[in-house]
Design a protein around this ligand. Structure first.
Ligand SMILES: *[C@@H]1O[C@H](CO)[C@@H](O)[C@H](O)[C@H]1NC(C)=O
Ligand SMILES: *[C@@H]1O[C@H](CO)[C@@H](O)[C@H](O)[C@H]1NC(C)=O
Length: 241
């Protein structure tokens, strides 16, 4: 019999295989059932605004990746990523790739042949000040095919920064992570404001077992419509250095 903590550790270990086996640490927080559970409702929409803060200079290792993710614990991980890459290694292109966050919409998961892949959509460096915030929206655009569309916009100007659409599976779990792959860690608090999660039908107990790791703090999830829509006013990952 696994404890909830062990199951979360397993989920985190699965998502931890993301890109590399380099020494790493992750701060993360997870809401939702620990495994896909029948009777739980599917998420149909996810909206948050993130404030990543200043980017660390002289990034090292394989980089630093800040992301809110949706998963069902066995399939695709939907993740729009605010990334800091070592010099010359950014997924983004352009003059400022070594000094600005790279915003990308990605899916870590399976291709049509069942092979694991990191799918990467549109990419943009964050020219505007990070204090504008980034609005991140994941929408189940075609429920019959479990098509998910990710869109990231500048929260002040509305400029589109990243988007990606892929058929995935039903989603029941929200996890946010500060993923450090032998990196230069965060130098500013990272926050998620007004995170809003909408379900196909009411899921009254969805938020019952949030698990914070490594010091992430959060306000208690609330619902004002009996469990169809859940809101987390603020999640904070304190600066790591
Ligand atoms: C989770 O999603 C994957 C696709 O990403 C899907 O193949 C799988 O069936 C889903 N799991 C459950 C339990 O529905
Ligand atoms: C919070 O997000 C929801 C969903 O996007 C939106 O309808 C609502 O207006 C937002 N509230 C605030 C205070 O921004």
């Amino acid at each position: 019999m696994h404890s909830v903590g062990q199951i979360f550790a397993t989920i985190l270990a699965i998502s931890a295989t993301l890109v590399s086996a380099k020494p790493r640490h992750d701060d993360s927080i997870t809401f939702g059932p620990t495994i896909y559970a029948s009777g739980k409702q599917d998420i149909i929409k996810f909206v948050t605004t993130t404030y990543p803060g200043a980017i660390p200079s002289n990034q090292k290792g394989n980089g630093l990746f800040l992301w809110p993710g949706l998963t069902n614990s066995t399939g695709d991980l939907i993740q729009s990523v605010v990334g800091s890459y070592p010099p010359g290694a950014s997924e983004c292109s352009g003059a400022n790739v070594n000094t600005e966050w790279c915003i990308s919409s990605e899916v870590y998961g399976l291709d049509a042949s069942g092979n694991t892949n990191q799918f990467v959509g549109q990419l943009t460096t964050l020219d505007a000040t990070p204090s504008n915030g980034l609005k991140i929206t994941y929408t189940l655009t075609d429920p019959s095919a479990y098509t998910w569309t990710q869109v990231v916009t500048d929260a002040v100007t509305g400029k589109e920064m990243a988007t990606y659409t892929k058929n995935s599976g039903p989603m029941t779990i929200f996890e946010a992570s500060v993923e450090c792959q032998d990196c230069s860690p965060t130098i500013a608090d990272q926050t998620y404001v007004n995170t809003t999660i909408t379900f196909a039908e009411a899921d009254k107990t969805w938020s019952s077992v949030p698990e914070a790791e490594s010091g992430a703090t959060f306000t208690t999830p609330t619902t004002s419509d009996g469990g169809v829509t859940w809101t987390i006013a603020k999640i904070t990952f304190p600066a790591e250095s």
